[in-house]
Design a protein around this ligand. Structure first.
Ligand code: ADP
Length: 268
């Protein structure tokens, strides 16, 4: 890990064999962290070495979804000399800003501090050889997204949106910013699509079409289409699994939302 002059080099540079996916969204609350954590658990269950960098400073929730919190406090990493060893939940190595702040404290850091923290995650946290690294970005097009773009321009980007047409605008913008730093957008995930009703009908609580719309807009003028990877239904089990720290891709793989996430894992 040491580079010239003793300075530690960044892991996951352009020569690394690790596949890197940055999961982004236009706005918060669309299920970005839930999907990132479940995708990570699904990939780890297939025997891959998987890490997650939770860079969602304003709403760090990955530790909770992967069972690494107790009473709302995230498990702390272990330190060995100047190396930080990430906690492991369901086979996934997780590092989160939430592990470095006091219990549930709000994080109001400015850009340079955020940039240093993310850079430190990528240098000082010992992940070992990973097959896949997933990054959970804060919503929007702010400092962290730009830092990730600069630090990991070879990362591939997944854009999460809800089915609402209005959400498509902001989701598209987060993809466009990623592209400006040279990142390739691998696809769009539509989350919180129809809720199946007991009578067999489907309640489209958040409308429909947002995922297709973002895919269409991000594909415009590109050589390769940006596909809609999946449309994930609303699921009580998915929400509840996140609340108790038990990813449903493992505990309830036949739930339609879990099945849809598992299908995405097959394509990554
Ligand atoms: P974000 O990371 O985009 O802010 P979260 O992953 O924290 O969003 O999800 C916000 C809330 O919505 C959480 O309570 C989560 O459990 C819930 N949620 C996410 N996806 C679904 C879904 N498909 N069905 C039901 N609840 C969901």
């Amino acid at each position: 890990l040491r580079g010239p002059g003793g300075a530690r080099a960044m892991q996951f540079g352009p020569d690394s064999l690790t596949r890197i996916y940055a999961v982004t969204s236009g706005k918060g609350g669309v299920g970005k962290s839930t999907l990132t954590a479940n995708l990570a658990a699904a990939l780890a269950a297939r025997g891959l070495a998987v890490g997650v960098v939770d860079a969602d400073v304003y709403g760090f929730s990955i530790p909770g979804i992967l069972g690494l919190t107790s009473n709302g406090t995230a498990q702390k990493p272990t330190r060995v000399d100047d190396m930080i060893l990430p906690p492991v939940g369901f086979g996934v190595k997780v590092i989160s800003i939430g592990m470095f702040v006091d219990d549930n404290a709000a994080v109001a850091w400015r850009g340079p501090m955020l940039h240093r923290t993310i850079a430190q995650f990528l240098t000082d946290v010992y992940f070992g050889d990973l097959d896949v690294l997933l990054l959970d970005l804060p919503p929007g097009t702010g400092d962290v997204a730009i830092s990730i773009g600069q630090l990991l321009p070879h990362a591939e980007v997944i854009v999460v949106t809800t089915p609402q047409p209005a959400a498509a605008d902001v989701a598209e913008r987060s993809g466009v910013v990623a592209r400006q730093t040279g990142q390739n957008i691998v696809g769009v995930i539509e989350n919180m699509a129809g809720l199946p009703q007991p009578d067999g009908t489907v309640l489209e609580l958040f409308g429909s079409g947002g995922g297709d719309e973002v895919s269409r807009r991000l594909s415009a003028g590109q050589d390769a289409r940006v596909p809609l990877l999946a449309s994930i239904p609303l699921s009580v089990a998915l929400r509840a699994g996140g609340d108790v720290g038990a990813p449903i891709v493992l505990t309830d793989p036949l739930d339609p939302a879990a099945a849809a996430i598992l299908r995405i894992a097959d394509t990554l």
